[in-house]
Design a protein around this ligand. Structure first.
Ligand code: SF4
Length: 223
């Protein structure tokens, strides 16, 4: 079995609740979506067997918080993800999965080996795609067996109705899950800041814990 891997590197986490943690990043090639704001266009990959990739990861060992499986969408290659995460899990490395949250059946296959799930909610008014609420619901149900938080990119185009749908879903499935509102890194207008402010008020009213966290690695010029 071979996995298609776009890159392997070490850096610090630039998004979400684990912002600033040192991680080894494994960027999987390929994605099942095409979000309007996507900033990870991948054009090439190297092929690795699970053991081969594990040996490469071992070369980095220096007080890392975790191995971050990212993409693209890692769950598109769930069989390979399962094998590599089994190996790192067995070696007591923490496995951190960054995922678009749309492939619940694939998550079921790997969840035993994952420690932290950083899942997206894809708001249709942000992505310009159809909605994924049913998939997100099933995904969050599976992810809730482990530590999980949710990120949603907020753009100029994001509509309040999508936020309301997201908060309802969180309340019904796992009400203590933290929602990160992530401003679109390609936009920084006053109207977006006002929108985030208004969204934060709605989250407070609905009693869902929310943080506004931008993509800090971009601000700092890190990978
Ligand atoms: S899910 Fe992530 S990698 Fe895939 S298209 Fe959307 S932003 Fe890009």
């Amino acid at each position: 079995m071979k996995g298609k891997i776009a890159e392997v590197f070490d850096s610090v986490q630039g998004e979400g609740l684990y912002l600033g943690e040192k991680q080894i990043f494994v960027r999987f090639f390929g994605c099942n979506l095409s979000c309007r704001f996507c900033d990870t266009k991948l054009y090439s990959f190297s092929e690795y067997g699970p053991q081969e990739l594990y040996e490469r990861l071992k070369m980095y060992r220096k007080n890392y918080h975790s191995v971050c499986f990212t993409g693209g969408e890692p769950l598109v290659q769930k069989d390979f993800l399962k094998e590599i995460s089994k190996l790192t899990h067995k070696d007591n490395l923490k496995n951190y999965l960054e995922t678009n949250g749309t492939l619940p059946d694939a998550l079921k296959d790997v969840i035993d080996y994952i420690d932290i799930v950083a899942m997206d909610f894809k708001f249709p008014s942000s992505t310009d795609l159809n909605s994924f609420w049913d998939a997100h619901r099933l995904f969050l149900e599976v992810a809730s067996a482990k530590e999980v938080f949710i990120k949603a990119v907020i753009c100029e185009s994001t509509e309040e109705g999508d936020l309301i749908d997201a908060l309802r879903l969180i309340r019904e499935v796992a009400k203590n899950t933290i929602l990160i509102l992530q401003p679109d890194s390609g936009a920084s207008s006053e109207s977006l800041i006002n929108k985030l402010d208004g969204f934060k008020d709605i989250c407070r009213r609905e009693k869902i814990t929310t943080c506004v966290i931008p993509q800090v690695h971009k601000i700092m010029g890190l990978k």
